[in-house]
Design a protein around this ligand. Structure first.
Ligand SMILES: *Cc1c(COP(=O)(O)O)cnc(C)c1O
Length: 433
C-alpha cells in the first residue's frame, strides 16, 4: 500500500515511511491510495473469527510488505490484549467500552499499535528514535504506556504544569525507563509550540532522529478500525446494523470508523458527537467549514477548534458534501446537557458514563428520536474516573478507583520542570540523548 500526502507536494511512501515520518514533508496528512475491501465471508461469519484474526484482516493490506506477518500478528496481539465489551445501557442504546486498556481511554489502541510498529522499524534502522509529544492529558498517557520499554525508542512528553488531572499526571510521570516527562510552566499551546519548533530546528534534527506520536500518524489512525469491527461482532441484530455515535475532537476516531465502513463493515449511520466546539456540526448544517479557537468544556479531550483529521474525512468522500451527509450527522452538546445526561443515565440505568461518553449518548438519543426502529451504540472513550472532578459532583458520590489506578497513584512522580522556552527544551534534549 502506498500513501500520498493530502497536500500533494510530497512523494508517495509506504507504511513504514509514513509511520516514521508522521506527517509528509509538505505538512500534509498521509492517506492510503486505495481503500481495501473486506472479505465478504469475514463480515457474514464474523462471530466465528477471533478478535486477532478480524484485526489482522482489516490492517494487513495497509501494512503489507513492510514487516513479516508474524511480526504484525504479535503487534496485533499486544494491541488488543484487553477487553472491548459492548454493554447494553437501555433497549436501543449500547456502550462500546474502549477504556479497559492501561490508561483508561481509547487512545491506548492506536498508541499501542503505533509504538510497536515504530519500535520494529527503529530496530531495523539501528538508530535511536526520539518521540516528542505534547499533551493536554490523554494522549501523553497512552503514548507513554504504549512505548514503555520498547527498545530503541525514547519518549519525551511535554505537559502543562498543573493543568492535567492527577490520574493523567501519574500516567505520564511514573513509568521511568525510556519515558521522560517534561512539566512545562505554561499552557498546552506552549507545549505544542515547543514541539513544533523542535521539528523545524535543523541543528537538532540533524543530530537526533525525532518523530511525533500525535493522532495524525497512520499507525495510530488505522488500527482504530479494529474496535468498530469488534463491536459489529458483538452486535446481536446483524440484519439491522447499528448507528454508531463517536465523541469527536480531532476526528481521527470517527474517520477510522468511516474507513472501516467504506471497506464493507455494516453500519447504518455515523454521528459525530461534539461539545461546544462545533465546527463540524456547523459544517454539516451549513456546508461551510469555519475553524474557530477552541473553547474549554467538561469533555476537554474534544476541545478542538480545527480538527486535524477532518481533511481525511473529506478525502474519503472525494470532497462530496452530499455523500458525506448521507452517512454522517452531528450534534453539539452543551456542558449543562452533559452534566444532566451523566446524572440521568446513572440514576435511570445505573450506568456511569464519562463526560465524553455522555456527549455521545445524548447525540445518539437525539438521532434515534428522529429515526424510530433504529438502534445504536456510543463509543465510551474514557473511564469516568479519569474525569472524576467533573463526574463526582454530578452524581454526588466518589467513583471507586480501579485496582490498576490505585497502585499507580502511590508511585512517585518523576518529571523535570522547564520554562516554556525553546532553549530550555533544546538544552534538555542535548544533554539527555
Ligand atoms: C482523544 C479523545 C477523544 C477525541 O477523539 P478524536 O479521535 O480526536 O476525535 C474523545 N474522547 C476522549 C476521552 C479522548 O481522549
Amino acid at each position: 500500500m502506498k500513501y500520498y500526502s493530502l497536500n500533494k507536494q510530497s512523494p508517495d511512501v509506504d507504511f513504514k515511511e509514513a509511520t516514521i515520518r508522521g506527517q509528509a514533508p509538505d505538512k500534509g496528512l498521509y492517506f492510503p491510495e486505495t481503500i481495501p475491501a473486506l472479505d465478504k465471508s469475514l463480515i457474514e461469519n464474523i462471530t466465528q473469527f477471533s478478535d486477532e484474526e478480524i484485526a489482522y484482516q482489516l490492517i494487513k493490506p495497509y501494512v503489507a510488505g513492510t514487516m513479516p506477518d508474524s511480526e504484525l500478528q504479535r503487534i496485533i496481539g499486544e494491541t488488543i490484549n484487553f477487553p472491548i465489551p459492548l454493554v447494553k445501557v437501555q433497549e436501543d442504546i449500547y456502550s462500546l467500552e474502549l477504556f479497559h486498556g492501561p490508561t483508561l481511554a481509547f487512545k491506548d489502541v492506536g498508541a499501542r499499535f503505533m509504538s510497536r510498529c515504530l519500535g520494529y522499524f527503529a530496530r531495523e534502522r539501528k538508530e535511536k528514535v526520539v518521540v516528542l509529544v505534547a499533551t493536554s492529558g490523554d494522549t501523553g498517557g497512552a503514548v507513554a504506556h504504549g512505548f514503555y520499554d520498547v527498545p530503541g525508542v525514547e519518549v519525551v512528553i511535554l505537559y502543562p504544569s498543573g493543568k492535567v488531572s492527577s490520574v493523567q499526571e501519574k500516567q505520564l510521570t511514573t513509568l521511568g525507563k525510556n519515558i521522560h516527562a517534561l512539566e512545562v510552566k505554561g499552557s498546552f499551546d506552549d507545549c505544542q509550540q515547543l514541539v513544533k519548533q523542535a521539528f523545524v530546528d535543523a541543528s537538532l534534527t540533524s543530530k537526533l532522529f525525532l518523530t511525533s506520536a500525535n493522532s495524525i500518524n497512520v499507525a495510530r489512525w488505522l488500527p482504530q478500525q479494529f474496535y468498530y469491527a469488534l463491536a459489529y461482532k458483538q452486535w446481536a441484530d446483524k440484519n439491522n446494523p447499528p448507528v454508531i455515535c463517536v465523541p469527536s475532537g480531532n476526528f481521527g476516531n470517527i474517520c477510522a470508523g468511516l474507513l472501516a465502513h467504506r471497506s464493507g463493515l455494516p453500519v447504518k449511520h455515523f454521528i459525530a458527537a461534539c461539545n461546544a466546539n462545533d465546527v463540524v456540526t456547523h459544517y454539516l448544517e451549513k456546508g461551510k467549514y469555519e475553524p474557530k479557537k477552541a473553547v474549554p468544556t467538561l469533555s476537554n479531550a474534544m476541545d478542538v477548534g480545527n480538527p486535524s483529521n477532518f481533511v481525511r474525512v473529506l478525502e474519503l468522500f472525494h470532497q462530496e458534501f452530499g455523500a458525506l451527509k448521507n452517512i454522517l450527522s452531528s450534534y453539539s452538546i452543551t456542558d449543562e446537557e452533559t452534566k444532566a445526561t451523566i446524572k440521568t443515565i446513572f440514576e435511570k440505568y445505573n450506568y456511569l458514563p464519562d463526560p465524553h461518553g455522555a456527549v455521545g449518548y445524548l447525540a445518539l438519543q437525539r438521532y434515534l428520536a428522529l429515526h424510530p426502529g433504529e438502534k445504536g451504540m456510543f463509543l465510551e472513550t474514557a473511564h469516568p474516573v479519569k474525569f472524576y472532578d467533573a463526574v463526582e459532583p454530578v452524581i454526588g458520590k466518589a467513583i471507586p478507583l480501579p485496582p490498576a489506578v490505585q497502585s499507580m497513584m502511590v508511585l512517585h512522580k518523576q518529571s523535570e520542570i522547564i520554562e516554556p522556552e525553546y532553549e530550555a527544551l533544546k538544552a534538555y534534549l542535548a544533554r539527555s540523548f
